[in-house]
Design a protein around this ligand. Structure first.
Ligand code: ZN
Length: 315
């Protein structure tokens, strides 16, 4: 099967500090649903918290590894720099007012290629943008969100990657992933799939430093594969392009392969199925600590070392 185009971003994973502060910000301020609370399958003493739309549809998911005692990460080249959420075209005013009301320091809204961009940071210093424009991902509003559905974040708009040398990264995304350059301001080159469904901006990092993984940084960006066979095809294309790619890894809610693009950013290709309703009904998503089968026998020990999220139990 030919890999074709990826339909877009599947999820983005970042590092947070305190998990309760993280949950409060993304649910109470940004109005996202906590769709899954589980552990980092490579480090089960750490939570893995997933936020998204009502069902955690691919393309709406931002997830976090909360490391309460870790230092801030250093931002640098070969790293995703900022994550953009798509909001409806006429909702920028609502969001400027909402962020101010919650004491979130946001930059002045600015125009970027016919979209209105509101830059801000989450409580850990993660760089985020709300982008009001015509291209909105398909998503379902969460009925208990504090944000009215007509203003709600619709999903991920794109990411900006900070690169020391844009050339090899641009070549990778255009030749292997099928994106095309659609705009260039000199400091920001925009690559996109047809119909603007996947947007990746490349920023030249100038004299930036080597990054460190830590609180407030993006860990990796996952692109969608609509099925297992398409993921296998993607893996073949990536190997044929000379990249080192992991075997397929079962992440319970999707299957994953990981690789680094030529500039060093960690990328993943994740399958759409089976999704977050695998082990919880839609109504219950995110309300229980869910563990994959291999960790279920150790549940008591895992629960004993994880920070208590009790304040966040649904009421
Ligand atoms: Zn991932």
């Amino acid at each position: 099967m030919a890999a074709g185009f990826t339909p877009g971003i599947h999820h983005v994973t970042a590092i947070a500090g305190d998990p309760i502060r993280n949950i409060r910000f993304y649910t109470e301020v940004l109005g996202q649903r906590l769709v899954k609370r589980t552990v980092n399958f490579d480090d089960p003493a750490t939570y893995h918290l997933y936020f998204g739309d009502r069902t955690g549809k691919p393309g709406t998911i931002l997830s976090f590894f909360p490391w309460p005692r870790a230092p801030k990460g250093r931002k640098g080249f070969g790293q995703p720099r900022a994550l953009s959420f798509a909001i409806p075209p006429d909702s920028a005013g609502y969001w400027v007012e909402r962020l101010a009301r919650f004491g979130v320091a946001a930059g002045e809204p600015r125009e970027r290629w016919e979209e209105t961009v509101i830059p801000f940071q989450d409580p850990d210093g993660l760089e985020l943008e709300l982008v009001a424009g015509a291209s909105l991902p398909e998503s379902e509003p969460w009925e208990h969100s504090p944000v009215p559905p007509e203003q709600a974040i619709r999903g991920l708009r794109g990411v900006a990657l900070w690169e020391l040398d844009a050339g090899p990264t641009v070549a990778f995304f255009t030749r292997v992933m099928g994106l095309s350059p659609i705009a260039d301001s000199g400091e920001r080159l925009r690559l996109a799939l047809p119909e603007g469904k996947l947007v990746i901006d490349i920023l030249e990092a100038g004299d930036a430093l080597r990054p460190t993984v830590g609180v407030g940084t993006i860990h990796h960006v996952a692109l969608r594969a609509e099925s297992g066979p398409l993921q296998v095809a993607w893996r073949g294309s990536l190997l044929a392009a000379g990249l080192e790619v992991t075997p397929i890894i079962n992440r319970q809610y999707f299957h994953s392969i990981y690789f680094r693009e030529p500039g060093g950013v960690l990328l993943e290709v994740a399958t759409d199925p089976p999704g977050f309703t695998l082990d919880e009904g839609v109504e219950e998503l995110g309300t229980h600590l869910k563990l994959p089968a291999q960790y279920e026998p150790a549940r008591a020990r895992i629960e004993a070392v994880l920070p208590n999220l009790k304040e966040e139990e649904p009421t």
